[in-house]
Design a protein. Structure first.
Length: 397
């Protein structure tokens, strides 16, 4: 999709958004000039999303929910958090300790979890939130301030991962998809890396995608990837590989003494992710509820994501001395935790119908049910996790 084609389907930027995007673009262009006119896509994505004070997640913009750029499962329905609370209660009953949520969005899931865990009589000693977005942290504080004192007093915000290993759970809902990734394309003479260069038109702040020779780390990763696949990748095949998964999981492993690291994200096992028919990769951008595939427009004011290679996550977990204790679709995970019963318990027909509609968005294949997966990485936690009782997809990893 060309930049002009993408812009034709997207809402126009407000004057404030245009100014902010120009500032982010100028920052990236300055780095391009210092790097001989080419940046890896990984670095471009890192700057666009996380540049201090300017990147999409670092600066103030309304991101999540109906008025933002995308909607997450906790924003679709509290049913997601209520089911997840049952899984958390099961773990906390064994491990005790606390919950650490990475990237807590609007705070809605945290509020639901704490309320439900109180009802189950299994509260964490502390509910910690690690949030890189200042505006989202402010929304979280506002929402969680409305909880009863006994719950809101358990919530703390962290600036970095805790130094001491915790007991309990680490939750990462739609976090891994925003890790900056490398992009590559398969050519007859080997792999080429797809990066970003200054635009060639009249706009001095524009960008375009440009190929370069793959460096040693990307070339090695692609060799290992292609050797592990059941079929060769065709000429021109383009996709992503996230080399930051392993260090990220290793860092989270250091934070987990005993308990569960639970990840929920859209993604696939490797053989499905790198299927020959998935020839243009999984990169997606989100702007005001529109999804498209051009990261070079609306820089700094749109989200950029790529699907998660859950085989890479599993391998990283094993390398970090964690056990892969569950892997299932979001639909199977929520159904195993009693989603249907929660809908049936509604007080009246109107509420039941509303909840049934929300449940369909969470579990139907054409909605979030199949694209989203849940993986549990554990240490010292022998409990059979109820969320994976209906489905076990670990053989696909």
């Amino acid at each position: 999709m060309t930049a002009s084609g993408t812009r034709s389907i997207l809402p126009p930027l407000s004057p404030e958004e245009a100014r902010h995007s120009a500032a982010v673009a100028a920052l990236i262009h300055a780095e391009l000039a210092a790097a001989a006119g080419w940046l890896s896509f990984e670095r471009f994505m890192e700057l666009a999303l996380y540049a201090p004070g300017l990147g999409y997640y670092s600066a103030g913009s309304f991101k999540i929910g109906a008025g933002g750029d995308f909607v997450t499962a906790p924003e679709v329905s509290d049913l997601f958090g209520r089911c997840l609370a049952r899984q958390c209660a099961e773990v906390l009953a064994v491990t005790g300790g606390e919950i650490l949520e990475l990237g807590a969005g609007s705070g809605r899931m945290a509020a639901t979890l704490l309320t439900e865990l109180a009802a189950h009589g299994v509260l964490p000693q502390r509910y910690a939130i690690l949030e890189v977005s200042a505006d989202l942290a402010a929304r979280q504080r506002s929402r969680l301030a409305q909880l009863p004192p006994g719950l809101r007093e358990r919530v703390v915000w962290l600036e970095r991962l805790p130094e001491r290993p915790l007991q309990g759970l680490i939750l990462a809902n739609e976090v891994a998809d925003a890790l900056p990734c490398r992009r590559f394309t398969c050519r007859a003479r080997g792999v080429r890396e797809l990066g970003v260069a200054p635009g060639e038109g009249a706009d001095p702040l524009a960008f375009h995608e440009q190929y370069a020779a793959a460096d040693a780390s990307l070339a090695q990763a692609c060799r290992e990837l292609r050797a592990a696949l059941p079929a060769p990748l065709p000429e021109g095949y383009t996709s992503e590989v996230c080399l930051r998964v392993a260090p990220w999981i290793a860092a989270l492993s250091e934070c987990l003494g005993r308990g569960v690291l639970l990840l929920c994200d859209y993604g696939l096992p490797r053989s499905h992710y790198y299927h020959p028919q998935r020839g243009s990769g999984t990169l997606r951008c989100h702007f005001k509820q529109r999804a498209h595939d051009d990261p070079c427009v609306n820089v700094g004011v749109q989200d950029i994501t790529a699907w998660v290679d859950f085989t890479r996550v599993a391998h990283a977990g094993l390398a970090a001395d964690l056990t892969v204790s569950g892997f299932a679709t979001q639909a199977a995970f929520l159904l195993a935790l009693g989603l249907e019963g929660l809908v049936a318990e509604a007080d009246d027909t109107v509420q039941r119908a509303r909840l049934a509609g929300e449940a369909r968005r969470l579990i139907m294949p054409e909605e979030m049910g199949e694209a989203f997966k849940v993986m549990a990485l554990t240490r010292g936690c022998d409990v059979a996790l109820a969320g994976f009782a209906l489905q076990d997809l670990r053989h696909l990893l």
